[in-house]
Write a protein that binds this ligand. Structure first.
Ligand code: NAP
Length: 536
């Protein structure tokens, strides 16, 4: 295209995690000049930043593998059904090396702003420190869970010991042995860390605001021969993921909990509880997340499991959620998590009984007393889904700021594009299907790659969604979530973060449709010539 050769790059991709790496690979194969800007000092994204002890996949490792390269599938061996962070990080490094991706990635480059230059139809990107780049297409592969948030309590920085956030864990080894340690937060990250810290800490105090329903991970090693079987089975694994509602190996049971006898229900739940990974959460009866009574029965079942596993009755009751039913928030996967509370070095402090007052020089003060610690770990989550976008000053047509337009209402097209933000793609963005990350990433990357090829091949300058098409999508997102109990609960999945101003209200940040239907819709748009998009 005349004029475009003067730009620094055809495409800038922000983020070198699972999505960004594959996006670079696909576009480079087509001959585009691509630059990836990555804030970290190496590839990995989530699996680079969340290097806290105990961090591991909650989904089957092989269901999270890239599927695009048979050679890669042949060469990589997973050694655990639910791979720990170091191996997952090594996998992504292996991918980067195998496809020679690093030469086009600029590390330690955090993007501060991206502004659309209407006169030249290009994006101007500024990296913290001042470096600037101009490109034709901009792809944000910055993740849904990459803007860590600390609790809104006073004096966090005044603590004289060590303190960390799980999502910004240092590369240097952190040890807990002989130390008095606090963990704040009991989501998926907190649960994984608590299990690990409890093994060596002199004392571990868990500060829990609201408990979560957790189910056993049942992780196991994968032997060489088992890996050979998995490898042979990859086509079936990916096919099963493709056919399931969320792109996972688990599929919803085709019966209602309320249509079977009590004995059948109990038997089924016992079986699911004994199976690995998200079996209990995602492989359950089809009415349990829509029907209150079905959900209550399921919650009662899991509550009984917690009571069986925790010796002290009061502690067990504190660990059983009363504010939401099973599965209506992301279910943390655990390995002897509940048994940790039977250990003499572990205590549970319920912040709903004795709320935080502040952090002190020596530890944490609640309304009840002051606790002293050597180390405080904040497992307090992320400004999820929109937070990573909000942190960058993204300005589209007429200087319109993305974060400001999202403050009134989030409107996207397929969770990938936004009206008035031409040549701008989010993989993933808000309102995208909530699914197995790698399966979704591969699909969205291929869809965006085909679209960019289309724009380039036709000699077009700009592409963006029509406003009515984006509004239709966003209305469809709202409709699809209406019946679900998950949307009656405050969590990052419904856009709520008590620590972030303006994020106390539930919004539809997630698409609750099903994976085969999402793919069909996206493919239909491409095959009918992208009529929902406007080109110039
Ligand atoms: P999270 O699920 O949002 O949990 C944050 C925890 O911090 C909650 O227990 C929350 O309590 C607590 N908290 C937040 N602010 C607080 C405050 N001001 N005072 C006291 N407590 C506070 O975050 P996460 O555990 O990091 O997990 C986020 C998501 O990351 C997960 O749902 C999952 O999708 C992903 N993840 C995946 C894996 C994996 O696949 N292996 C592992 C870890 C995380 P409330 O419940 O009361 O808000």
């Amino acid at each position: 295209m005349p004029g475009y050769r003067d730009l620094d790059y055809d495409v800038v991709v922000v983020g070198a995690g699972v999505t960004g790496l594959y996006q670079l690979h696909c576009l480079r194969k087509l001959g585009f000049r691509v630059r990836v800007l990555e804030a970290g000092s190496d590839v990995g994204g989530t699996w680079y930043w969340n290097r806290y002890p105990g961090c591991r996949f909650d989904s089957e490792s092989y269901s999270y593998s890239y599927s695009f390269s048979q050679e890669l599938l042949n060469e990589w061996d997973w050694t655990e059904h639910f791979s720990a962070q170091p191996q997952t990080e090594r996998y992504l490094q292996f991918v980067a090396d195998k496809f020679d991706l690093r030469k086009d990635i600029q590390f330690s480059s955090r993007v501060a702003s991206t502004v659309f230059d209407e006169e030249h139809s290009c994006w101007e990107i500024t990296v913290e420190g001042g470096a600037q780049f101009r490109c034709r297409f901009l792809i944000m592969s910055i993740g849904h869970l990459s803007a860590p948030t600390l609790p809104n309590i006073e004096n966090i920085a005044k603590f004289s010991g060590e303190w960390f956030h799980t999502g910004l864990w240092p590369k240097e080894e952190v040890t807990f042995s002989c130390k008095d340690v606090a963990v704040v937060g009991t989501g998926a990250s907190g649960v994984q860390m608590i299990q690990e810290i409890s093994k060596t800490a002199k004392s571990l105090t868990v500060f829990q605001r609201n408990p979560n329903w957790c189910t056993p991970l049942h992780n196991k090693e994968i032997s060489k021969s088992e890996m050979q079987e998995i490898r042979k089975n990859y086509p079936h694994i990916f096919q099963a993921c493709g056919a399931s509602g969320g792109g996972f190996v688990h599929t919803t049971e085709d019966r209602n909990a309320l249509d079977v006898t009590e004995e059948e229900r109990e038997k089924f739940w016992e079986e699911q509880y004994a199976k690995p990974g998200f079996s209990m959460w995602l492989g359950n009866f089809k009415d349990v997340y829509i029907d209150r009574e079905a959900n209550r029965l399921l919650s009662d079942f899991v509550a009984r499991k917690i009571r069986d596993r925790v010796v002290d009755e009061k502690t067990a009751e504190l660990l059983i959620p009363k504010d939401h039913g099973f599965g209506t928030k992301r279910v943390p996967q655990e390995t002897f998590y509940y048994e940790v509370y039977n250990q003499s070095n572990v205590r549970l402090v319920s912040l709903s009984e004795t709320p935080f007052e502040c952090v002190t020089k020596k530890g944490i003060k609640t309304t009840d007393r002051e606790y002293e610690f050597d180390t405080i770990v904040y497992a307090t989550g992320f400004d999820a889904i929109t937070g990573s976008f909000d942190r960058i000053d993204i300005r589209g047509v007429n200087g319109r700021r993305l974060r400001e337009s999202w403050r009134s209402k989030i409107v996207t097209f397929l969770g990938v594009q936004v009206p008035d933000f031409p040549n701008f793609f989010m993989i993933p963005g808000p309102q995208v299907l909530f699914a197995n990350h790698t399966r979704l990433a591969e699909f969205n990357v291929e869809w965006v790659t085909a679209l960019i090829k289309h724009v380039d091949g036709k000699g077009l300058t700009r592409v963006e969604p029509r406003l009515d098409a984006a509004e239709d999508w966003s209305n469809h997102v709202e409709e699809s979530g209406k019946e679900l109990l998950i949307n009656e609960v405050d969590s990052w999945m419904s856009g709520v973060n008590s620590n972030v101003e303006g994020k106390q209200r539930r919004v539809f940040v997630r698409y609750d449709g099903i994976w085969p239907a999402y793919r069909k819709r996206c493919r239909g748009i491409a095959s009918s010539g992208y009529q929902e998009l406007q080109f110039s």
